[in-house]
Design a protein around this ligand. Structure first.
Ligand SMILES: Nc1ncnc2c1ncn2[C@@H]1O[C@H](COP(=O)(O)OP(=O)(O)OP(=O)(O)O)[C@@H](O)[C@H]1O
Length: 230
């Protein structure tokens, strides 16, 4: 369980609030207009964006001031954050040790993650030699080896075509189901919400609303959400 208690985030003229509990193992979509604060909210959870007020708890433990690396979450960005000069294996290995000095067990974990995402035969290539979908798979393998209780995705597959994006969403869905991780995913696509989310956090007008069941909300959106969905 992740508890956001009285969050207030202030970045220059921008201000937003959030107060909610996110249950372990559930899948949350974060949606809302451009500039509403979706990425900022994920940044605050990961410790990249400071809180002006509020506290963050994970399973009763306060982690408000914990370093990003000491938090129970991994973040995957749209550009996948792959290092072009490292091989796929090395990029995934970074998820275990930033200095890449992996022991045999670490190397096995990397190999297993690459097999799981279907990249075993691409392990020695550099990211530039992979397709967009394969790059996303490599980034997901790195998330997998980190084995954190929460996976945060910020519009991760927006650059992919619809079929490939659905394939990646299904893979993410399978991975979190296998590992028991919770998922928090920023997306602009209502079809992504329907495909993957249990619940929706709607961010608008300076507030991240507490999650609501996805099916109910998408079938019967309140006026603000209806205006956003168009
Ligand atoms: N470092 C910063 N300093 C000042 N303002 C910032 C900073 N980072 C973000 N902002 C502002 O915070 C607001 C929220 O930005 P954010 O990127 O979280 O929105 P978003 O909902 O993710 O938008 P999009 O859907 O377009 O990605 C924006 O008005 C943005 O300009």
């Amino acid at each position: 369980m992740l508890r956001l208690e009285g969050f207030e985030i202030v970045l220059g003229a921008f201000r937003m609030t959030a107060d909610m509990t996110l249950e372990q193992g559930r899948k949350y979509a974060v949606i809302g207009p451009s500039g509403a604060g979706k990425s900022t909210l994920l940044g605050a959870l990961c410790g990249f964006v400071p809180l002006a007020q509020g506290r963050l708890f994970w399973q009763e433990r306060e982690i408000t001031d914990a370093d990003p690396g000491a938090r129970p979450m991994t973040m995957l960005f749209q550009d996948n954050n792959l290092f072009p000069h490292l091989t796929v294996t090395q990029n995934v290995g970074l998820g275990i040790r930033p200095d890449l000095r992996l022991n045999a067990q670490g190397q096995t974990r990397v190999a297993q993650a690459l097999t799981r995402v279907g990249l075993a035969d691409q392990a020695d290539k550099k990211p530039g030699a992979l397709s967009g979908g394969q790059q996303s798979r490599a980034a997901l393998a790195r998330v997998l080896v980190q084995a954190r209780p929460w996976v945060l995705l910020d519009e991760p597959f927006a650059a992919l075509g619809p079929a490939l994006r659905n394939e990646m969403l299904d893979l993410v869905q399978d991975l979190v189901a296998e590992t028991g991780a919770g998922l928090i995913m920023v997306t602009h696509a209502p079809e992504d919400v329907r495909r993957i989310a249990d619940e929706v956090v709607f961010v608008s007008a300076g507030q991240a609303e507490a999650p609501k069941p996805a099916v109910e909300l998408m079938e019967n959106p309140p006026p603000e959400l209806r205006a956003y969905l168009g």
